[in-house]
Design a protein around this ligand. Structure first.
Ligand code: AMP
Ligand code: MG
Length: 661
């Protein structure tokens, strides 16, 4: 790429709509020709031609009930008190070819689905008849056409049954089979070459070396391509090397109708990608970035022979979001399907910030509260693929909006058409005991766990969004757990249910090399800690212990905290604390014993805490909540929990220990 080309990088960011317009006006995107497939192989394929029926469905007048084919006129006036007698002159089974004639005063026994015999125009259901020999007594009259489906009433000969550009799935193939069509002309599947770039990438299944991560985008993008009805061509991992990248892009261009490349577009190595993508032109690069967050480093290039190459951001969740807003509409055009994104309205659970002149995209988790759906925005830019895996869809905050507040209405574009709302929302503190309990719940319970910390759970219960919130909040004055918080925060719409006890302590490397014996040692300066996020019960516990020490020493808490090396190094779960210690990123952290045990680390006990469950009173009658409480109280669960180190159960587990008024 020329120097002049380099300089315009990121200067003209486009909105997704502007980008698509530019793409569609630069390259002609249309279906890529057709092929004929058998209906067995037609799943997900797109019809290239309108389909007409060559026959009537049903092809003949057909009985829809078991009974007797009659002339309706013969039955007029029949009822329980005035039955009418007819003579049975024959019998018609399904598939029968020879049909007896029905004359006045006669009836023919007939099975559901069998063709109506000539002369008859209605079927009397067998329930309203009594037969002895060939004598038939009828207790109810029928009107002409009753219990008969007439020829062509479902589909008429010559009728347009499926339009061009329709996707064939189970219902459509049923229609094709009904009219006897066994082969259909469909659009050729676009071949989409998928390239992952990065020196750090290793294919799943291989050994991870130092500083390496598994390649995610090859697989997420390939499946996203498949879900659109296109065919991925996996090109594999390409190093951040201009020659490797060049030859991979050339190969991809020769094999694919469209090329999707991910990574290598953020600052630093971006020049490399830009140079390779510009070389495929003219025109080369046509879009240098998008006005969206995440997804700014999205590039679009067009090759000499008019093929599109889209450079997606490296972060897997960003790459998938951009796939949704940019690649989907392109593939939809190649397939003639249109983007059939399902949108639903929801209220925001918490404030979500805009992106200052860029469109902010947030994956969201949906909670069906029973009185409306609430959307929890999840951070997408952190690069966490798990947020996307648990998201139901995404929202977009317009470029011009500074932020949306909790309670604001948003439109959620669903990731899947089969959105099945969960029926048990567990929102609150992360706990390993819950991970044991949830899989034990009966099959009808569809649990959704959202880890937002104890305080987040408390608010979610108060707002009626959570069915259950796991809490472990220690009161500074009394050292009592949870109940003081229910009172202080007026969570009067809820009860507190006794959960279990967890042993909290300092998680330190095996052998405790720094000889840490208690919280005081965290002030030593040579000990770096890992802390939990604000609002986490464990964070409250550490602060409580530090406040006790501060009081004893006669210094302010804020001053004392400054002496704790790593106090602001925050992670979100117990297991993340243990992982940080195991990887040597910290010398100690507060967490539960079970997390230490999971990583084979040493544990210095600080005490037992109560992990209880807040539940809105009006949810206690909900079937899924009942199932949760039953399982909590069961011996089966107690046994399973007792296998987790550092967990203890008391006899009152599952009972109400506090109730709001
Ligand atoms: P890049 O644009 O190459 O700097 O990538 C941005 C971030 O996404 C880096 O943290 C990369 O390690 C990560 N990343 C890039 N490609 C992939 C991939 N295929 N799978 C997983 N992570 C990736
Ligand atoms: Mg990279």
């Amino acid at each position: 790429m020329s120097e002049a080309g380099k300089r315009i990088i990121f200067h003209e960011l486009l909105t997704p709509e502007e980008a698509l317009n530019k793409i569609f006006s630069t390259v002609k995107i249309e279906p890529l020709g057709t092929e004929v497939v058998s209906i067995e192989e037609s799943y997900g394929r797109v019809l290239a031609k309108d389909v007409y029926s060559r026959i009537d469905v049903p092809p003949f007048d057909r009985a829809t009930m078991d009974g007797f084919a009659v002339r309706a006129e013969d039955t007029f006036g029949a009822d329980e008190l005035n039955p009418i007698k007819l003579r049975v002159v024959g019998n018609v089974e399904t598939g029968a070819e020879e049909l007896p004639q029905v004359n006045s005063g006669e009836a023919v026994e007939i099975a559901t689905g069998a063709p109506m015999p000539p002369g008859a125009n209605a079927v009397v259901m067998v329930e309203y008849t009594k037969r002895s020999g060939d004598e038939l007594v009828i207790y109810r009259s029928v009107t002409p056409g009753e219990n008969v489906m007439s020829a062509g009433s479902d589909v008429m000969m010559g009728e347009l049954i499926l339009r061009r550009c329709t996707v064939i799935r189970e219902r459509e193939v049923g229609l094709l089979a009904a009219v006897g069509i066994d082969k259909v002309e469909v659009f050729r599947r676009p071949r989409v070459a998928v390239i992952s770039t990065g020196n750090e990438l290793v294919s799943p299944g291989k050994e991870l070396g130092r500083g390496k991560i598994y390649d995610i985008n090859t697989y997420t993008i390939a499946h996203a391509v498949r879900s659109m009805g296109a065919e991925p061509v996996i090109m594999g991992i390409v190093r951040d090397d201009i020659n490797e990248m060049r030859s991979a892009v050339d190969r991809a261009l020769s094999m694919g109708d469209l090329v999707l490349l991910s990574g290598g577009t953020s600052a630093g190595l971006a020049d490399l990608t830009y140079r390779v993508l510009d070389e495929i032109g003219p025109p080369g690069i046509i879009i240098h970035g998008l006005k969206v967050k995440p997804g700014k480093p999205t590039v679009v290039a067009v090759s000499r022979d008019g093929k599109l190459v889209i450079g997606l951001p490296g972060y897997p969740s960003s790459a998938l979001m951009i796939f949704n807003i940019i690649v989907k509409p392109i593939l939809a055009k190649m397939l003639c399907t249109g983007v059939d994104e399902v949108r639903i309205k929801a209220r925001l659970a918490i404030r979500a910030d805009g992106a200052k002149g860029r469109r902010a995209l947030y994956p969201v988790s949906l909670v069906d509260t029973g009185h409306g759906v609430v959307a929890y925005p999840l951070p997408a830019e952190s690069g966490a693929i798990s947020t996307l895996a648990f998201a139901d869809g995404y929202i977009a905050i317009p470029e011009t909006v500074e932020y949306l507040d909790s309670g604001d209405e948003v439109e959620v574009a669903l990731f899947t058409h089969q959105y099945m709302p969960a029926n048990l929302y567990i929102i609150g503190s992360h706990d390993l005991g819950l991970d044991v309990l949830i899989p034990m719940l009966p099959g009808f319970v569809r649990a959704r766990v959202i880890n937002v910390g104890s305080m987040g759970g408390l608010y979610a219960v108060k707002r009626g969004e959570a069915d259950v919130a796991g809490l472990h909040l220690v009161d500074e004055e009394t050292g009592q757990y949870n109940i003081p918080y229910m009172i202080k925060y007026n969570v009067n719409n809820a009860v507190l249910i006794r959960g279990y006890f967890r042993e909290q302590g300092l998680i330190v490397p095996r052998g405790n090399p720094k000889n840490i014996r208690g919280i005081e040692d965290l002030l030593r300066g040579d000990v770096r800690i890992v802390n939990r996020n604000k609002g986490a019960g464990t964070r409250f516990l550490l602060d409580l212990k530090l406040k006790e020490i501060a009081a004893k020493m006669g210094v302010k808490f804020e001053e004392l905290v400054r002496k704790v090396n790593g106090y602001y190094y925050e992670v979100k779960t117990h297991t993340a604390v243990a992982a940080a210690v195991a990887q040597g990123k910290a010398d100690a952290g507060v967490g539960i014993r079970a997390a230490a045990a999971m990583y084979g680390l040493d544990f210095i006990p600080l005490g037992w805490e109560s992990y209880d469950f807040a539940i809105p009173i009006d949810r206690l009658e909900k079937d899924s909540v009942k199932a949760f409480l039953n399982m909590l109280k069961s011996d089966e669960f107690r046994n399973a929990l007792s296998k987790l180190p550092g967990y203890r159960v008391s006899d009152d587990i599952g009972t109400i220990i506090w109730k709001g008024q």
